[in-house]
Design a protein around this ligand. Sequence first.
Ligand code: TMP
Length: 223
Amino acid sequence: MAGPGAKASDRGRFITVEGSEGAGKSTHVASLVAHLKEQGIDVLSTREPGGTPLAEDIRALLLARREEPLDGLAELLLMFAGRAQHLAQVIRPALAAGRWVVCDRFTDASFAYQGAGRAMGMEKVATLAKLVHGDLAPDLTLYLDLPREVGLARARSRGELDRFEVENDLFFDRVRRGYLELAAAEPERIRTVDASGDLDEVRVGVIAVVDAFLVRTSGQGGR
Ligand code: TMP
């Protein structure tokens, strides 16, 4: 990110999008990125786990279903290993160059899925977050919220299921509760959008949140 003497306008903004399975995240990330570009903003769109060739290899390890169970701590560390690589190779250089970064999932997903879903507790996740990117947090996070049964029905109608999508209902209830608690704790940064409607309705909600952010951030000399 920008160095100590840099003006707010020198650095890009970091926007993340979160949601449970079936929330339509990829579609809404694409329309959000298109909307920012229409405003003349230089945007880089990326995702986690993944975002660099090496981190995409880690993603494949994380999503593959295999006989050997993946230990919860190993899963958490792999998420953060990919994140460290992604931050070093892609996110930090882009922000430092003044570009905006839109990332499909980031550390809030580790709190929701590993901390809450896997019941590993928030402390371990917070320790790794501090180690890996203590100085960097998203400027805005959109959380696409929908009831577990609606999301899972959508996700499971899409074909082959990954290692997360085969988890049971209780797991996804904990994930959703985790996200809602994160959003309640940081209402300024994390904006919840109801994702249970059709794509057009949800898109309107997403763009409204982004437009409000653009107004706030331009007041800080952000563009
Ligand atoms: P995706 O659904 O956005 O493609 O993400 C793949 C899966 O990875 C999804 O089930 C959520 C999971 N995930 C975590 O469990 N922890 C994390 O930190 C991240 C970024 C994703």
